[in-house]
Design a protein around this ligand. Structure first.
Ligand SMILES: Nc1ncnc2c1ncn2[C@@H]1O[C@H](COP(=O)(O)OP(=O)(O)OP(=O)(O)O)[C@@H](O)[C@H]1O
Length: 259
């Protein structure tokens, strides 16, 4: 498998204290890489560096074989789609308009989206089950509905790499599974690659090919699910005692906490 993102010795600090302290990891073509770790361990910071929001980092990051620092914003946006934890537009806009922003990296000059763009916009709104309220204003939606709009916008961007930061955390269990599955099925069907931050360990196990456990800006464990999910790692990372059993349906690890 080729690597679509390669990160070597990444360091970053917002002020004096380092938040990322020597991160080494790769995202392989076609995989979902789940990122786990307690609050403040640096997961969102890592995502925001990869998608070009945070700048003053040191180390090396290559995306599709080119240094991240060589990308323009528009070129990066055609490759990377970022789904943040929350999205707060400064103006209240209709759902369809927000989803259509996903097509911006493809538009020329001041021209708006064309027929082909609208085909894609409609398709992703159907997929994420928001088509029914495409003419409503964003501010009138529930938290979970808003999150589905943000996911649709990212899908409309058609990046080869999806970066998803706790992207199902506002969703009810039904939509969380459904939207999670849409994203991972899409990654697999279209040969995309994804990095996704999770807090729910069992959801991360189900959705990911490999897992990264972060703690205090460092990687504690990295590898396939059965290699990384064990009581020692969970104790070190979260300070929680857990037993790992085999999920009788998926045959994947199932984490049961007993603290
Ligand atoms: N804009 C900022 N300015 C200063 N410090 C920040 C800023 N954003 C994050 N931090 C700090 O950086 C550290 C890592 O934060 P980050 O948001 O990356 O963690 P996280 O693992 O994503 O946490 P969570 O699970 O709570 O979302 C934390 O100590 C946080 O307080």
């Amino acid at each position: 498998m080729d690597d679509v993102i390669t990160i070597r010795d990444l360091h970053f600090s917002y002020s004096r204290e380092e938040v990322l302290r020597g991160i080494n990891l790769t995202l392989k073509q076609g995989e979902v890489l789940g990122i786990l770790g307690p609050n403040g361990s640096g997961k969102s910071t890592l995502m925001s560096i990869i998608c070009g929001i945070q700048k003053n980092w040191s180390g090396s990051i290559e995306i599709m074989g080119s240094p991240l620092k060589d990308y323009t914003g528009k070129r990066l946006a055609r490759i990377l789609s970022y789904i943040p934890q929350s999205f707060d537009p400064s103006f209240d806009l209709k759902v369809e308009t927000i989803v259509s922003f996903g097509r911006n990296p493809y538009l020329k000059g001041l021209s708006g989206p064309g027929a082909k763009d609208y085909e894609i916009i409609d398709e992703v709104m159907e997929l994420t089950e928001i088509y029914g309220f495409k003419d409503r204003f964003f501010s009138t939606l529930s938290g979970g509905e808003k999150q589905r709009v943000v996911i649709a916008k990212a899908l409309a961007q058609e990046g080869r790499i999806l970066l998803m930061d706790e992207f199902t955390s506002h969703l009810d269990p039904g939509h969380s599974r459904k939207v999670g599955k849409i994203a991972t099925d899409l990654v697999r069907a279209k040969g995309l690659s994804a990095m996704a931050v999770f807090h729910d360990l069992n959801q991360a196990i189900e959705m990911s090919d490999r897992l990264v456990f972060m703690k205090e800006g460092k990687i504690e464990a990295l590898g396939e699910v059965w290699e990384t999910v064990n009581p020692d790692v969970i104790w070190k990372v979260y300070g929680l005692r857990a037993q790992i059993i085999t999920n009788p349906i998926t045959e994947l690890p199932l984490v049961v906490f007993y603290d």
